[in-house]
Design a protein around this ligand. Structure first.
Ligand code: NDP
Length: 374
């Protein structure tokens, strides 16, 4: 309410309208002009984000997070489900002119309200919509994994370069204090040299969704969940793996997993003989990241959730506030765009991880050690 009063005062001041003159506008006209003024005020300092694909993550996390952001706001939606439109418009006040479907998506180029397109579609569609968004002259955040092949990542990076617009990946944990502390303690060797690392992420996935379809997802739990562990092992060590071995878990439910793995484990070799073991599963609950250092163990458990992380060090528990990871992530990108400075989670990082995921699958299929080119 206070915000409303302040905005109304600002509108009246900016419009040069005195309190006495205000009643001269009809009530509907006054409200419309007032709403336009607020939206103009907002646009001046906040970048407009359009979410593409209104599924679980966009609905449950990203749209609510965009109500808490300072540098960007939810300006538009792109959906193939007409029944979702009135629900989203009712909840978030999105005007008709900022609503698109997959057919008319490219005309978003003519919409100055939209600065950033956030691709939240099934993995196999990331490349197409990112490239189309760049062709429309917009900046892009693309969800993880960046794409299902390294070649697609290259095409996305080329499109970003050609458009002169930034590409960021939805790596929310790079904005989460417990994970940032894990990265600091491990990579700076605060408790001495690391001798081993391990991480695992898993949950029971329901049958019949795109995540279990190789064409749509590019793989199974490794693409969806293992990517967090891959990242965790890299930022905890502060290094890049040089080779990998991998083993597929037993398929105890082959009907549910006709063409993707049910679970798998891999071991990265890092420089200095450090090993990092990872597990991803669509059948068991795992959620941790740990490293053993000379002076003891550092651990996050849970490590990868949207909130509620817990961490321990040889000196006791970590204490950090819970934050809205997605709001921080999107605000940081909006600031990068505004200030024309690089994002800390760029497309190049997304491509690196897709390269690691492909190497893990190659190691799993061949049963051999696969070297990872630098
Ligand atoms: P959902 O299945 O819940 O939603 C995907 C949405 O994409 C659908 O609701 C639909 O939206 C749209 N869509 C368009 N074409 C298709 C199609 N052929 N099949 C299915 N959906 C389609 O997935 P999530 O929201 O969970 O995941 C989306 C992306 O976000 C994935 O890449 C995933 O990896 C990532 N993700 C990231 C998370 C993170 O923490 N960073 C967490 C969860 C997901 P519409 O009806 O509006 O067209």
């Amino acid at each position: 309410m206070e915000t409303f009063r302040k905005s109304r005062r600002t509108f009246i001041r900016n419009a040069g309208i005195t309190g006495a003159a205000l009643p001269l506008l009809g009530p509907v006209q006054a409200i419309n002009e007032f709403t336009n003024a607020i939206s103009m005020e907002k646009k001046k300092d906040k970048l407009g984000v359009a979410l593409v694909g209104l599924g679980g993550y966009a609905t449950g996390q990203l749209a609510p997070a965009l109500q808490q952001t300072t540098h960007c706001y939810l300006a538009g939606i792109v959906t193939g489900s007409p029944e979702k439109i009135p629900v989203w418009q009712g909840k978030y006040g999105i005007p008709d002119k900022n609503v698109y479907n997959y057919g008319n998506f490219d005309s978003i180029r003519d919409n100055p309200d939209i600065d950033i397109i956030y691709v939240v579609l099934p993995n196999s569609l990331h490349a197409e919509y990112t490239i189309r968004a760049f062709a429309a002259g917009k900046h892009v955040i693309c969800e993880k994994p960046m794409a299902i092949t390294v070649e697609d990542c290259d095409r996305m990076l080329a499109a970003s370069k050609k458009a002169g617009k930034q590409l960021s990946i939805g790596y929310r944990l790079h904005f989460e204090p417990f994970n940032l502390e894990m990265a600091r303690l491990g990579s700076k060797q605060v408790y001495g040299k690391l001798s081993s690392m391990e991480g695992a992420f898993g949950f029971k996935a329901q049958a019949g969704q795109w995540r279990l379809d190789k064409k749509m997802a590019g793989g199974g739990p490794l693409m969806d969940l293992g990517i967090y562990v891959v990242q965790g092992l890299c930022y905890t060590s502060g290094m890049e793996p040089i080779s990998v071995t991998a083993l597929e878990g037993a398929k105890t439910d082959p009907a549910r997993f006709p063409d993707v793995e049910q679970s798998l484990s891999w071991t990265f070799s890092f420089p200095g003989k450090l090993e990092g073991k990872g597990t991803a599963s669509y059948d068991d609950s795992f959620n941790f990241l740990r490293a053993t250092a000379e002076k003891g163990m550092i651990e996050l458990k849970p490590a990868y959730n949207y909130g509620g992380q817990r961490g321990t060090t040889p000196e006791g528990p970590m204490t950090f506030p819970n934050v809205n990871q997605q709001a921080r992530q999107m605000d940081a990108f909006a600031q990068s765009v505004k200030s024309n400075t690089p994002t800390i989670v760029p497309g190049e990082l997304g491509k690196r991880d897709v390269k690691y995921l492909q190497a893990i699958y190659e190691a799993m299929a061949s049963g051999k050690t696969v070297k990872i080119p630098g």
